[in-house]
Design a protein around this ligand. Structure first.
Ligand code: ATP
Ligand code: LTN
Length: 335
């Protein structure tokens, strides 16, 4: 990307709801870890966010807030590009081309579409349906090698790989076929009140998620109210999703092994797990929240980072789209 031999990493999050520890443990934590060894591009995917209704002024503020939260979590704009998707029009251009290579049957199988269509029955729009193709465009436009995401994005990634291969077969080698990077621990953090569902940052019930910006007393209250299961032993057990989820969050933040965590809680009560977990989460989020507040006071600085991100991203994306337009047979624009 910058003329070095490093591979390219690309990922993104929709600016909807409140960034939560699920997003951090499933995705952002891996982004931070990849910054030195890879050329990284991290997107705030605002085009995707429009697939559900947004209040324009809130969307605008949330995009900037997400940028500051990425940085507060450790994304360093000196090492990585931070980019707002709508600043790079080539995403939408490639989306159209890739739409023509994607079958309705493939999109019909996407579980996220089925979930979201179920949640927003009054607004099942065409954008929601072709959302995974836009995600493929996000990835392929930068010739990304690696895409760090949580487990729920596995199906979308597979589709992106299939579309890349299909284009390459039809028009000759053009796209890198990307690999996913899904963490072993933390790839699927579950909802606090309904642990059979994933924690989701735009859940209407805020008690289901721990937001990165939740104040300490709110975190303590939410964890105290989290659903646990019958029984009293504190063990990782698929049949007890509530306690297992709390243990998984603890495990992800402590960096210990499962065995060490189970041993630590032998003979202890659920209430002790909850208070120890609350303490860990609060301590973990404290420096992130401090840094976030500082960053949000300097909007000019945030905007300068976004300008730099967009300028470089546009250059990279234009290289791909020009190649794609040539390969599909469009007449080149001559000055
Ligand atoms: P929304 O509820 O607004 O649809 P979301 O919480 O599902 O959002 P996305 O923007 O869809 O978040 O995802 C951002 C990243 O966070 C993706 O890489 C996704 O895999 C990851 N992620 C989302 N939820 C979880 C979760 N509960 N556990 C682990 N990773 C998650
Ligand atoms: N669909 C993703 C968000 C997303 C994304 C991307 C992730 C949009 N474009 C490109 C990785 C790479 C989601 O988490 N819902």
């Amino acid at each position: 990307m910058n003329g070095n031999n490093k591979k390219t990493v690309l990922s993104g999050i929709q600016p909807s709801g409140h960034l939560c520890i699920g997003n951090y443990l499933g995705a952002i934590r891996n982004w931070v870890a990849l910054q030195d060894s890879h050329n990284c591009i991290f997107l705030v995917v605002d085009l995707h966010a429009l697939t559900v209704r947004q209040v324009p002024s809130e969307l605008r503020n949330r995009c900037l807030s997400f940028v500051a939260q990425y940085m507060a979590c450790g994304i360093d704009p000196e090492k990585s590009l931070i980019v707002i998707q709508s600043h790079v029009s080539q995403h939408a251009e490639l989306h159209w081309i890739l739409n023509t290579l994607t079958y309705m049957g493939e999109l019909n199988r996407m579980t996220q579409f089925k979930d979201k269509a179920g949640k927003h029955e009054d607004n099942i729009n065409a954008g929601l349906f072709t959302y995974p193709v836009l995600m493929a465009a996000d990835i392929l436009i930068y010739q990304a090698d690696l895409v760090p995401v949580g487990h729920d994005q596995k199906q979308h990634l597979e589709l992106a790989r299939n579309i890349a291969q299909r284009f390459n077969t039809r028009y000759s080698e053009t796209f890198i076929v990307p690999d996913g990077l899904i963490p072993k621990v933390g790839a699927r953090i579950m909802s606090l009140q309904a642990p059979e569902r994933k924690m989701s940052k735009s859940d209407e019930n805020l008690n289901n998620l721990i937001a990165l910006l939740d104040p300490p007393d709110v975190i303590v209250r939410k964890i105290k109210r989290a659903v646990t299961d019958s029984g009293s032993e504190i063990l990782f057990d698929e049949k007890r999703p509530g306690i297992t989820n709390l243990l998984n969050i603890y495990l992800s933040l402590s960096g210990q092994t499962k065995e060490a965590v189970e041993e630590h809680f032998i003979g202890k009560q659920y209430s002790e797990l909850k208070s120890e977990l609350s303490e860990r989460v609060v301590e973990f989020l404290k420096p992130i929240q401090r840094q976030y507040s500082e960053l949000m006071q300097d909007k000019a600085y945030l905007n300068s980072i976004l300008k730099k991100g967009a300028d470089t991203a546009r250059y990279l994306a234009q290289k791909t789209i020009s190649k794609v337009y040539r390969k599909v047979g469009f007449v080149p624009y001559k000055r």
